[in-house]
Write a protein that binds this ligand. Sequence first.
Ligand code: NAP
Ligand code: MG
Length: 493
Amino acid sequence: MSTDYRSLIPTLSYRNQAFINGKHVPAASGKTFDCVSPIDGKVLTRVAECDSEDVNRAVAAARAAFEKGSWSTCHPAKRKKTLLKFADLIAKHKDELALLETLDMGKPISVSAGGDIPGSIQCIQWYAEAADKVYDEISPYRPDSVSLITREPIGVVAAVVPWNYPLLMASWKLGPALAAGNSIIIKPAEQSPLTILRIAELASEAGIPDGVFNVLPGFGESAGQALGRHMDVDMIAFTGSTQVGKFFLRYAGESNMKHVSLETGGKSPNIVFADAGDLDHVAKVSADGVFFNSGQSCNAPTRILVQDTIRDEFVALVAKHAKPWTPADPLDPKTTMGAVVDRDQMERVLGYIDAGRKEGATVAAGGAQVRQDTGGAYIEPTVFTAVQNSMKIAQEEIFGPVVVAVAFKDEAEAVRLANDSIYGLQANLWTRDVSRAHKLSRQLKAGTVVVNNVWGSDITNPFGGYKQSGIGRDKSLHAMDKYCQVKNTFIQL
Ligand code: NAP
Ligand code: MG
């Protein structure tokens, strides 16, 4: 990496106000909150703390823009061109955005610059290209009529997103929502508002009309809830915890029955059979999958289910491959694992590590806070073995650099344990037996099944969960459908 990111820090100017109707504005109340970097615990800036008054303003602007039609009913090719320009502008500012993401939530600069920002750009480009390529349908109805099935934008979409991939999770929503012609209001997580606030003005610069793209930083309890309960918001697109996902179902039920799409938690099984082949390779990919992004990935393969005959050998290999993930300075381009998002999250994760020890699991690697002298929030990559699937550390989403290993005897037990979870986001499976791979893929209750890997998904693949991992899919053309109403029009000939 050639960019010297540290030297760019003094040149940064933080966008810390809300973005409503094409302009950065303070919260109506004038309130602000601290935006803290988990790299060193220092305050980066103070950000507008939006509440229901700001939600009212943003919804009114989004509605007016939608009804005016300069985005919602313009030629889809115009939306395509504008969104491509938006993606180009993000690309033009990619170094600044990567640095903001790293400072704001502590992930390594190599990951922000090599993954989050390019992934966000690619997502917006992909949906831009789709805007004028998705056709509607004519049904094979009676010969004396024509039955049209057309898609229309839903209206005002509110996206409430988490802090683990701040810009990327927002892009998974805004890409398809805008390509379909909706107006959008984004509520970033309180921990990570900076990149989304920065791209808001790039959206305007690209030509997205005022009111179509709005950002409301603030807290979930106030700004998030007000969006969820607003009578003039047509859809909530949420990514975050299962608990808060359920709140949004309630908000919708108690208000206007708005559409709710939910991408929530995970505790993805990673099933390793004795016939998996090169165990060192499997262990390396498995460790990489867990510790990437400090374990703060909803689909991280955090629950290893390993055949009992190879358990000890495999766990030792995972522990070996955990080592290169020892946390270091996120601004150093060589760093693989940075901070966790804040001190609260660090305490939560350390609490789980404690609980695992108390329940009788064995720590095979890591288990402690490190780099205390920095003032930041860092945890060693941690591997637990001798874990029972019923333990708290095997059932609950830890959302930190912690993996647990549970032993199984045979195929039937592997499937039973894999499905013994409230979650169903992703399941991973390692075997050289192709029939077993197909058979088990059908039996695993997960939105994504990955065989002989834990990675690989890109924007072309639908992503979302079974069970309490959510409702609906992000990415792929399936995501575009959820930002549309389907209308049926009959014409009698
Ligand atoms: P979270 O606590 O559920 O927060 C997500 C968003 O909801 C934030 O913007 C948050 O605002 C808001 N929120 C919190 N409480 C709320 C309330 N009472 N009413 C309305 N909104 C509220 O999740 P997180 O800790 O940010 O993110 C981690 C979670 O996201 C994990 O469970 C992870 O699995 C999940 N995730 C899922 C996917 C997926 O695609 N399935 C992808 C990434 C992450 P605040 O700023 O106030 O917190
Ligand atoms: Mg932050």
